[in-house]
Design a protein. Sequence first.
Length: 101
Amino acid sequence: MVRNAHDNWAETYEQDMITSDFKSPDALVTELQKAAESIFSAVMGKDALKLLDIGAGTGLVGQKLAARGFTNLEAIDLSPKMLAVAEKKNLYQKLVCDSVL
């Protein structure tokens, strides 16, 4: 049921998020960048840090991560249609359609 709902929403999801002024991807990426810079920057660069975007959907968070220099990205999402939209963005090295539970 959840998969079908997201599959049906895939084509308009991003526009719906823009219209609703959805800020979560920006906030999440800002906090992740702070953590990465304080914890990992002494050991490795952003390009060496592998990140898994859980519930990646259409790749909104992946876009924000890539814009901030994170390039080693993988994605997992339950909806094949959401992942199909994300795949077109060429942000992720690997996309997996599955549940994390």
